[in-house]
Write a protein that binds this ligand. Structure first.
Ligand code: UT7
Length: 322
């Protein structure tokens, strides 16, 4: 049994923050941000929008695209670094909003790799036959934990949510090899200080602000991302030429170009949302999938390679036949 993508959805808050806006807030320039990151604009949640608000809108879109309702979903896994509350999990708000009273809902924290971790868990439950449909969401309001006076980080992040519904494959789909072929997840806690927050509930009784050693994270990112992509390709026996699109975590266009080059992808086979969305952490891969499907580039039957890297460090790679 495999986990097949039944529907994808996404939501971006209306408010847009441009590089020109940031020039008025910190000592930076549009040209620096474009050249060093590839980011032009990002979306910022309004004061009455929370991570759950974004997640619910993305989930509703994914449900309607899948032709399913909350009654069909057995499990909600929401990946986030910015939950609405310390407890309960933001996932239970989604569960309630989609009218789902059965099954279970919980959050996963694996920073920017969160969507991949959540998809990996979903895949285990579907493949073991315990559940039929899992709603996986990556949703963030990173703007709430960004230090808007720190030019090293505030130009990078944006808010948003993306959702994917995975369903158990039919025998016909198994025959043609549809669904998740594999997802590999990694972490290495020795590097946790390189991308962290200034606090947390137990340590400082607040959420803290994002702190990043950008250059060091960058250095590890290209290696970890290409290594895990090669690992998943080797494990599944798939070669880069068989893959239709690379759908990477969107942190920095130079990281994406470096990884693509190392793996042998031309940039026209890479889904890029970074220029208009910035780094939306756990939301970036499902939002890129949503964008790819909406624009008609990603189609049923295609093979996509996903990879992500984030705080922890955490990193992950996956191959899915859509
Ligand atoms: O999603 C999780 C994973 N996150 C990432 O993968 C992010 C990884 N890191 C990066 O994307 C890049 O390291 C950054 C975009 C954060 C920084 O780019 P960089 O090319 O590594 O720049 P840098 O940190 O080496 O800084 C170069 C210069 C510094 O000035 P000095 O020390 O050379 O005088 C910085 O102070 O650029 C300066 N700088 C800025 N200048 C204008 C840093 N931020 C800014 C800014 N505007 N916003």
């Amino acid at each position: 049994m495999r986990s097949v993508v039944r529907g994808v959805g996404g939501y971006l808050p209306e408010k847009i923050l441009t590089n020109a806006d940031l020039e008025k807030m910190v000592e930076t320039s549009d040209s620096w941000i474009r050249e060093r990151t590839g980011i032009e604009t990002r979306h910022i949640a309004s004061s009455d929008e929370f991570t759950s608000t974004l997640a619910i809108k993305a989930a509703q879109k994914a449900l309607s695209n899948a032709g399913l309702t909350g009654a069909d979903i057995d499990m909600v896994i929401l990946a986030t670094t910015t939950p609405d509350d310390t407890t309960p999990a933001t996932a239970v708000k989604v569960q309630e909003a989609i009218g789902m009273t059965q099954g279970c809902a919980f959050d996963v924290q694996a920073a920017c790799s969160g969507f991949m971790y959540a998809s990996c868990i979903a895949n285990q439950f579907i493949c073991s036959g315990q559940v039929r449909h899992v709603l996986v969401i990556g949703a963030e309001t990173l703007s709430r934990i960004v230090d808007w006076t720190d030019r090293n980080t505030c130009v990078l992040f944006g808010d948003g949510a993306g959702a994917v519904i995975y369903g158990a494959s039919t025998p016909e789909e198994d025959e043609v090899g549809m669904g998740i072929l594999d997802i590999i997840i990694h972490s290495d806690g020795r590097y946790r200080q390189l991308l962290t927050t200034t606090g947390g509930v137990s340590r400082t009784q607040n959420a803290g602000y994002v702190l990043m050693e950008g250059r060091e994270v960058f250095r590890h990112a290209v290696k970890n991302l290409s290594d895990v992509a090669e690992e998943v390709l080797a494990k599944t026996g798939i070669s880069v030429s068989d893959v239709d699109y690379l759908v990477p975590h969107q942190a920095n266009v130079r990281i994406i170009e470096g990884t693509a080059k190392k793996l042998g992808f031309d940039m026209d086979r890479v889904i890029l949302t970074l220029p208009c969305q910035g780094n939306t952490s756990a939301a970036s891969i499902p939002l890129a999938l949503y964008e790819g499907v909406k624009s008609g580039r990603l189609k049923k039957g295609q093979l996509v390679l996903l990879d992500a890297m984030g705080g922890g460090f955490t990193w992950a790679g996956g191959l899915i036949r859509l």
